[in-house]
Write a protein of this length. Sequence first.
Length: 173
Amino acid sequence: MSIPEIGTITARSSPIVVLTSNRSRELSEALKRRCLHLQLDYPDAAMEQEIVRLKAPGMDERLAAELVATVQGIRELELRKAPSIGGTLDWAQALVVLGAPRLSPEVIEETLSVLVKYERDAERVIERLRSGEGPLGDTGGGPGLAAAEGGAAGDAAGHAHGGHSHAAAGHRH
């Protein structure tokens, strides 16, 4: 294999390469033919909350549950780009740094740009938040929040969440 910055190297065994795609560009047909192509869903609320617990250890458990339930609800909206797991972790860290005690509608509006990257998507989330309808509706977690009681609520309907494309290929060059 030839790497421009390093030179030519020889592997002792065939490497396994993992490519991830956020669907911003289409993968070529030639590449897809040479790959094992997997569609991975977003994790359920319990798994996402465990990820937040491990990666944002300073976050209060109740706030983490509210955060995950809200992100899971936002993913149910028709957005240009659904929030990633990395976005969830970025938002969690921002809330810890800001010392947010809970995820109030005001805190969501003030910090939403950490999670939602397109203005139209942010407007859609805020509109849903203010209306109290749908996934961000008031169902017990507080004004405009998805239910976060019990730590992993918000995914009670068992919805499959659209995930990322991942492809793995192990070929020699």
